[in-house]
Design a binder for this molecule. Structure first.
Ligand code: HEC
Ligand code: HEC
Length: 235
């Protein structure tokens, strides 16, 4: 079964769902276009997602691959379900507009707001998990100790994310989580949930609790976040 066919089926399902409750979705799309605020519900307009796929294929596919499944060491997955369930609109928009300085992610501000919005709709049309963006984004700020975090980071994370969290540049498969381009656009909740739950079908595993790869506690995960927050100022 081809991937295009799957995408088409996905779009059809979105279309069916939205016609099924057209009143509800009409209200949402009106409020969405007038409110810059939220970030929260990835309600996807199928026509916009369709347009976004074309823009994606012209600008992003080279690195992020077909259906944005990513490629280890080249670019992360943008259609990973855990990622989509926690990635706020503002984070996606800013990352695409500004890129991530010092990494392979170039800025795409020249595309303009409408095209960026369409690409995001395309990415979000792949979402399969409930939207947890608001909950995750409003989680408490870490209470960790960066000195412990530094130790955990070097024992567990740096082999993939690089010794200063500088990402692919250090030869691993993890992204540049020690750089401002990432840290300045994400909440502590986003980092925390990424570490606890991982991202399925990528090399990023869940590191929390007895089922996690490293059996980290909440406290230890906060230590790592506290450490990461100190990294950009050191480099
Ligand atoms: C085996 C390699 C590996 C290890 C070990 C690893 N990661 Fe990751 N991590 C990844 C990959 C790969 C991704 C991006 C997923 C993708 O490519 O789609 C990622 C993504 C992340 C993200 C989200 C970054 C973003 O750009 O959105 C965070 C935060 C993160 N990892 C933190 C950690 C922390 C903290 C540790 C140590 C406890 C850790 N990782 C250990 C491979 C790893
Ligand atoms: C030249 C290769 C390249 C191209 C083209 C590219 N990207 Fe990226 N992108 C990357 C890399 C590399 C990263 C990870 C940067 C890092 O290490 O933090 C990334 C990260 C991202 C992230 C953050 C993902 C996360 O896990 O936090 C988003 C969102 C993103 N890209 C969207 C796009 C979109 C949309 C396009 C097309 C308009 C695009 N990218 C084009 C290489 C690319």
């Amino acid at each position: 079964m081809s991937k295009n066919y799957m995408t088409l089926m996905g779009l059809l399902m979105v279309a069916l769902i939205s016609t099924g409750c057209s009143k509800g979705s009409d209200t949402t799309s009106t409020s969405r276009s007038s409110a810059k605020s939220t970030a929260s519900a990835p309600v996807v307009d199928p026509a916009l997602a369709f347009k976004g796929e074309e823009i994606y294929n012209q600008n992003c596919i080279f690195c992020h691959q077909e259906d944005a499944i990513g490629k280890p060491g080249t670019a992360p997955s943008l259609t990973n379900k855990e990622f989509l369930s926690i990635a706020p609109l503002d984070f996606l928009t800013r990352t695409i507009e500004n890129g991530r300085a010092g990494t392979g992610m170039p800025p795409f501000g020249h595309l303009g707001k409408d095209k960026i919005e369409a690409v995001i709709a395309f990415l979000r049309s792949h979402a399969t998990l409930p939207d947890r963006i608001k909950e995750v984004d409003s989680q408490a700020v870490n209470q960790g100790d960066p000195r412990f975090g530094e130790t955990w980071f070097h024992q567990i994370c740096s082999s993939c994310h690089g010794p200063e969290g500088n990402g692919y540049a250090a030869g691993g498969t993890g992204t540049a989580i020690g750089k401002a381009g990432f840290l300045d656009t994400v909440s502590d909740g986003f980092i925390r949930v990424s570490i606890k739950e991982g991202r399925s079908n990528t090399r990023m595993r869940a590191f929390f609790g007895p089922k996690g790869l490293a059996n980290l506690t909440d406290r230890e995960i906060d230590d790592i976040i506290a450490y990461l927050r100190t990294v950009p100022s050191k480099n």
